[in-house]
Design a protein. Structure first.
Lengths: 419, 469
């Protein structure tokens, strides 16, 4: 870490046959715990799209002897954050509580996982809300574009379907199907990954683990359908009445376990990262004023990834934006980053690390992601030295392997001109 | 009392950042951390505040969780100070502040911050404009030096203005013009307060006015409002008060600014109209998939302190018990009853000059507009006729203050809450002891505040699918 050597000490905590990673810190009296199971929307049967996510929402809408209202008040009275969610490849839980409220938070989380009620009123209400959110997401170019982009990239695979479901699939889901979606995920082993952060000792966390998860059954997890490579679909236009087009672009990524992973992240920081320094931001936003923001990165799905990015520009300027985008993609693929760019990006990625450790939920999420990606305990501590060791030759090689200008698929949602 | 949220939509109390966080699909809206309760009456942040001879307000709040600091400068000027016919000036100028100052070439500011591992951005709200950097603690003097340089000598290069104007117009398209909800929200404010009233204009500006903003407009605005006496420096994180005092003196103390243009809470803004300018706004659009209902009232707020400000804290309590989420009155009457999908009440006590109480509802599709309006009107009438119960007030107070300490669980919450509140002229004690002030609210005060606001004229708005009744 340029200068400080600051890293996050991580402890491995075992309790009741469960293992959690912990970043202990007593500076603020708050504890966050995050956990996940693999699967998520990938395990929703065909026609039941959105089952996992809706079931996840319903877990905090009444459980045990608490109806939805009593459950909500129990959380709000103590400012406890408790959420369950499902995305493309996982089912997740998370809680955050001030230290005095932690025992209650754990009780409520266990109740939500072991005895969700699925009362008719709550199911009808949450279903209506989910349907409304899905419909609303399709009102503008952003949502319409995203829906089409993933469908075209992963046809005939759950990864191509909206994780939140569709109006039709949500309307047809039965309570049995929702309960089955929970049963597909919630178990003490295998597959459960846990991470914690904040004002809790290893000893207290060890005691808490069986309380939180001990009552869940054991049993094999279903295998999700194999994930095909992201399909190249050329340029796709989704007509949406809007003065501005939403543009999504993508191509296959590399596996999370690929030895080139970190070098790829470095290359992508230089090409398409956040902040004001990346090449795409410079040439598309700063020089030409074509967009408010543009960026791209590797989106992980199971152990694979898709390289996906987005921006938005006035309909008349879509052609120019794509021309510049493709030229930058090609330039990086052919020549890679310069030595100066590499030096700057390594300095950023190293120096930025302590800034990731300021929020207990974020720290727990980072630890959980490390576990899901199969990273070793010292992954963060040794990251600066790995980054420092990347040579320009390696970066050029990875850029040319990773970036495939001819494979770049583009979805334009709007009324684009100049395509 | 909500912090400015970085990615808030263009709604009440919204602030808009200079750079989109990308990709947009992953940019999670960060809900404003509700300021919250310790259960004791210790100051929440333990911040200290002093003023330099040139008028700069300096605030320090220590937090040693990680070896990092947040460095913020808030100017007590926002879109509310945009001159007549020049809406969007405060925001466009904020973008141009990244285009260089005497010792920092255009674009170098962010590049240097990134080179040191930091992140920087800025945002403009109706009441403030803020610039910030999060950096590892030993880099503090680097960012302070550059921020002080642009406080004193920003250049606004003409040759970069046109591309940046296009960026702002793309930002406007993305936030406002590309969805029916964005367009409706903008129309709502314009019809409620007046298209050229400071409260009714979009923060980002009317497009024809943004198109005409000039470098001279920017320079005049900058010279008048960007001066130490109109700014609040907030430094929080792993840094001592002594270090901040030294840094403030060295980097900012030498800036010979002009006197403050006004007291921070008294900016000479036009008064709020006595009532919303219209009773009803109905928009139908083909792309609308879900109807949206709004009902709003003009309401007092804390700044500037006046006779009506006493209603502000009671209104925070009222807003929660009326529409603060599951179990609120609107939730019971509209959502649990099956008439609506969502129902909320919003009120921002820190809004400068005038606030508003706003109910927003997503009705179910099979609920007619008449039925929904009647149900909302019945709840409002019940509140005015029968008042509220002690139990409701007690629970609302408990719930809105329960999470006070969670404001310490992030790097950004403390400087945002401190800066945005102090920059509208509110006192530090109001932040440090906010939970105690909320806990002191009585049932009678809530009922009085309800009558003062909800018995007044309101405006109703509908965004409907085309062809809907």
């Amino acid at each position: 870490m340029s200068g400080t050597g600051f890293s996050l000490p991580i402890q491995v905590v075992e309790g009741g046959g469960l293992t959690a990673w912990l970043a202990e810190d007593h500076s603020v009296p708050v504890v966050s715990i995050s956990w996940s199971w693999p699967g998520g929307a990938a395990l929703d049967p065909k026609g039941q799209e959105g089952a996992s996510r809706l079931a996840a929402n319903l877990m905090t809408e009444g459980a045990g002897d608490l109806d939805a209202l009593a459950f909500a008040d129990a959380l709000q009275d103590e400012a406890i954050g408790l959420d369950f969610s499902a995305d493309r490849d996982s089912f997740q839980g998370g809680l955050r509580a001030l230290v005095p409220a932690l025992p209650k938070a754990v009780r409520l989380a266990r109740l939500a996982m072991t005895a969700p009620r699925f009362d008719a009123e709550a199911v009808a209400r949450e279903r209506a809300r989910a349907v409304a959110m899905v419909r609303r997401s399709l009102e503008g170019p952003q949502g319409r574009g995203a829906r089409a982009f993933w469908a075209a990239g992963f046809p005939d695979n759950p990864a191509g379907r909206p994780a939140g479901g569709t109006e039709e699939s949500l309307a047809a889901l039965t309570v049995e199907q929702l309960r089955a979606a929970l049963a597909r995920h919630l178990r003490r082993a295998p597959g459960l990954m846990i991470a914690a952060s904040g004002a809790i000792t290893a000893e207290d966390l060890a005691a808490l683990l069986p309380e939180l998860f001990g009552a869940l059954p054991e049993g094999k997890l279903e295998d999700p359908p194999a994930l095909p490579a992201f399909r190249h679909f050329g340029t796709q236009v989704v007509p949406v009445a809007s003065p501005q087009s939403a543009i999504l672009f993508g191509q296959p990524g590399i596996p999370v376990g690929d030895p080139a992973w970190e070098t790829a992240q470095l290359v992508l920081r230089i090409l398409a990262g956040g902040g004001f320094t990346a090449r795409l931001t410079h040439s598309i936003r700063e020089e030409r004023g074509l967009t408010y923001g543009i960026g791209a990165g590797l989106e992980v799905i199971f152990d694979q990834s898709v390289l996906v990015g987005s921006c938005a520009t006035a309909n008349a300027r879509v052609g120019e934006t794509l021309t510049v985008l493709r030229a930058e993609w090609k330039r990086m693929a052919e020549s890679g980053p310069t030595a100066a760019e590499i030096e700057e990006a390594v300095a950023f990625l190293t120096g930025n690390q302590p800034l990731q450790f300021t929020d207990s939920r974020r720290i727990a999420a980072i630890l959980l992601a490390m576990r899901r990606n199969g990273r070793p305990l010292d992954w963060l501590a040794r990251r600066p030295e790995r980054l420092a060791a990347i040579t320009r030759e390696q970066a050029i090689k990875v850029a040319s392997r990773l970036l495939a200008p001819a494979e770049l698929s583009v979805t334009v949602a709007g009324q684009p001109e100049g395509l | 009392m909500c912090a400015l949220s970085r990615r808030a939509a263009l709604s009440a109390a919204a602030a808009i950042p200079a750079l989109a966080v990308l990709p947009p699909a992953q940019a999670a809206a960060q809900p404003a951390p509700s300021l919250p309760s310790t259960g004791t009456d210790k100051p929440l942040f333990g911040a200290s505040l002093w003023t330099l001879p040139n008028g700069l307000t300096v605030v320090h709040a220590e937090n040693r969780r990680a070896p990092v600091v947040a460095h913020y400068v808030f100017y007590s000027v926002g879109a509310g100070e945009d001159p007549q016919g020049k809406s969007g000036l405060a925001h466009f100028l904020e973008h141009m502040m990244f285009k260089g100052s005497e010792h920092v070439p255009s674009g170098a500011f962010s590049r240097r911050v990134a080179r040191e591992g930091g992140q920087d951005n800025a945002f403009t709200s109706r009441d403030v404009t803020a610039y910030y950097q999060n950096v590892e603690a030993s880099r503090l003097s680097l960012v302070a030096g550059m921020e002080a340089d642009r406080m004193a000598t920003a250049r606004f290069p003409a040759e970069e203005a046109e591309a940046e104007r296009q960026v702002v117009l793309e930002e406007r398209r993305q936030r406002v013009e590309s969805t029916p909800r964005g367009r409706f929200r903008e129309e709502w404010d314009a019809h409620f307060w007046g298209r050229q009233h400071w409260r009714g204009r979009p923060l980002i500006g009317w497009p024809e006015e943004v198109a005409a903003l000039s470098r001279d407009d920017m320079l005049e605005f900058y010279r008048r409002f960007y001066t130490p006496a109109n700014a609040t420096l907030v430094v929080s994180g792993a840094v001592s008060r002594e270090a901040v005092a030294k840094l403030a003196e060295e980097d900012y103390g030498g800036i010979q600014g002009r006197p403050a243009p006004y007291p921070k809470a008294h900016r000479g803004r036009a008064p709020a109209p006595p009532a919303p300018l219209e009773e009803r706004l109905v928009r139908r659009e083909a792309t609308v998939q879900e109807p949206a209902f709004l009902r709003g009232w003009i309401a007092p707020s804390l700044p500037p302190d006046n006779e009506a400000s006493r209603h502000a804290h009671p209104l925070e309590v009222l807003s929660h018990l009326l529409g603060g989420g599951r179990g609120s009155r609107l939730d019971k009457a509209l959502v649990q009853s099956g008439l609506a999908v969502t129902a909320h009440c919003a009120y921002d006590s820190d809004a400068l000059g005038t606030g508003c109480v706003e109910l927003s509802v997503t009705p179910r599709r099979d609920t007619t507009t008449e039925r929904l309006e009647q149900a909302v009107a019945a709840e409002v009438q019940r509140l005015l006729d029968d008042g509220v119960t002690d139990a409701e007030v007690e629970r609302a107070i408990r719930q809105i203050t329960a999470g006070t300490l969670l404001a310490l669980d992030s790097l950004g919450a403390a400087p945002r809450i401190l800066g945005s509140t102090l920059a509208v002229g509110l006192p530090l004690e109001g932040i440090e002891y906010w939970p105690a002030r909320i806990r002191a609210v009585t049932r009678a005060q809530v009922e009085e505040a309800a009558r003062a606001v909800l018995a007044q004229p309101s405006m109703i708005g509908w965004l409907l699918p085309e062809g809907a009744a």
